[in-house]
Design a protein around this ligand. Structure first.
Ligand code: URA
Ligand code: CA
Length: 433
């Protein structure tokens, strides 16, 4: 088999066989297929697409390019949740203890974040002592006993995807549905999920700017999952404005604790129930959405979800007293009010720009080696659709340095007020299954 023939075949719009896809991915992973040929194939795929069978085979070829996490010693159906990424998205921190409280095993692997705010691991480091350096035996034991544990990213999960993603980044081939879908699904499958709930974001702060694009991606991923024997569902949700109020690591942890206490922001709470109910159904714990929601409400009302969160933090070296006393979490030196300069209605809180503003304060990583300031970030006081008067606080800036001019400038451009009434955006657009 010659790589150049496969490039020409795809360029002509034909489908690749399973053997051909395996040849490409194993050759690219071991270096016998050079970057320039792989780039050419990625560009051919970008223009000519792949059908559902090719997409599933590409996904599994990438799964097999590295290690797969063996969760077979963990009892029950392991349901994983994945978000395509947004600003201020704290759902994982809330969902994990909620579903674990219902006896659904949460065996999560987590890495550090790049961009707007940190990843789940960064956020949890707001609890002094918290760590994910547990052996795989310990990990399995913890999940079987308490239904929840977090382990650090294994170094050799889907190396083909890692390599391909960095090529796509510099060859204009990121925005390709088959390549994005296989990239995301391969990582979830290699991490051992039996079933997957996807939160596909749409809007300014998302990878997919329109609902149509988000639907295409969601449909592609659901098709891949179901084809390779992982029950998969997707929710298309709004990311035109940040989710909830808090953007920033410790601030989001506080927001997660509030939500587990039953008084989180309305949109964040609703999305948690929407995604959580799908997880409960895929885990086989409820037949209907209504029943699943009722069960999730119960573990909030009776404090069980919060209790599970405490046990989880404690099990992994963190100080659980912070959960009852969130004022102990890392705090920024300064809090500055950002106020409305006219009367009207909040018409836009451009999510990606607000995420960048939080990054300017030090809440996120510019590069892999940047150091995060856990305490800093933004807390919204108004959301899109809210009426405001001149001088009302739109949001609070939590910062450690006194020079925040560039952050304020960016906020002035991305928080918009109109004189006409504004309808709040739809939170959940569609469910794909
Ligand atoms: N996220 C991924 O993991 N892969 C992509 O290709 C795009 C977004
Ligand atoms: Ca938030």
């Amino acid at each position: 088999m010659r790589m150049v023939d496969l490039i020409l075949k795809k360029q002509a719009g034909h489908t690749l066989t399973k053997e051909e896809i395996r040849f490409v991915i194993s050759g690219f992973t071991d270096g016998t297929i050079p970057d320039y040929q792989m780039s050419a194939l990625a560009m051919a795929i970008y223009f000519k697409d792949m059908d559902d069978r090719e997409r599933a085979e590409l996904t599994m070829a990438m799964v097999h390019s590295g290690d797969q996490i063996d969760l077979s010693k963990i009892e029950g159906i392991k349901v994983d949740k994945h978000s395509t990424g947004g600003v201020g998205d704290t759902t994982s921190l809330i969902l994990a203890p909620m579903v674990a409280a219902l006896g659904i095993p949460v065996a999560k692997m987590s890495g550090r974040g790049l961009g707007h705010t940190g990843g789940t691991l960064d956020k949890l480091e707001s609890f002094p002592g918290f760590h994910v350096e547990v052996s795989s035996e310990e990990f399995v034991e913890l999940v079987n006993k308490n239904k929840i544990a977090l382990i650090g990213q294994s170094g050799n999960i889907t190396p083909a995807d890692k390599k391909l993603y960095s090529l796509r980044d510099v060859t204009g081939t990121v925005q390709s549905i088959p390549l994005i879908a296989s990239s995301i699904m391969s990582k979830k499958i290699a991490a051992g999920a039996d079933a997957i709930v996807l939160d596909v974001k749409t809007g300014a702060g998302a990878f997919m700017k329109t609902v149509d694009d988000a639907r295409d991606l969601a449909t592609a991923m659901v098709a891949i999952g179901n084809k390779v024997g992982r029950k998969t569902m997707a929710v298309i949700s709004d990311m035109s404005q940040p989710l909830g109020f808090a953007i920033g690591n410790a601030l989001e942890v506080k927001e997660a604790i509030d939500t587990l206490n039953g008084h989180g922001p309305e949109d964040l709470t609703e999305l948690v129930f929407e995604l959580g109910s799908k997880m409960v159904i895929l885990a086989g714990k409820a037949e209907t959405e209504e029943k699943a929601r009722q069960m999730l409400q119960e573990v909030i009302d009776n404090g069980k979800a919060l209790e599970v969160f405490k046990t989880f933090i404690e099990n992994q070296g963190g100080d659980p007293s912070y959960i009852m006393n969130p004022e102990k979490l890392p705090k920024a030196k300064f809090i500055t009010e950002f106020k409305a300069d006219k009367d009207g209605y909040v018409s836009e809180l451009v999510a990606d720009e607000i995420g960048k503003a939080a990054m300017l304060l030090g809440a996120g990583r510019e590069t892999k080696d940047s150091v995060i300031d856990l305490a800093v970030g933004l807390v919204l006081n108004k959301k899109v659709g809210d009426a405001v008067k001149t001088g009302d606080v739109l949001l609070y800036i939590h910062h450690s340095h006194d020079d925040i001019d560039s952050c304020i400038k960016l906020l002035r451009e991305s928080v918009k007020i109109s004189s006409d009434t504004v309808v709040a955006p739809i939170l959940v657009h569609e469910v794909v299954q």
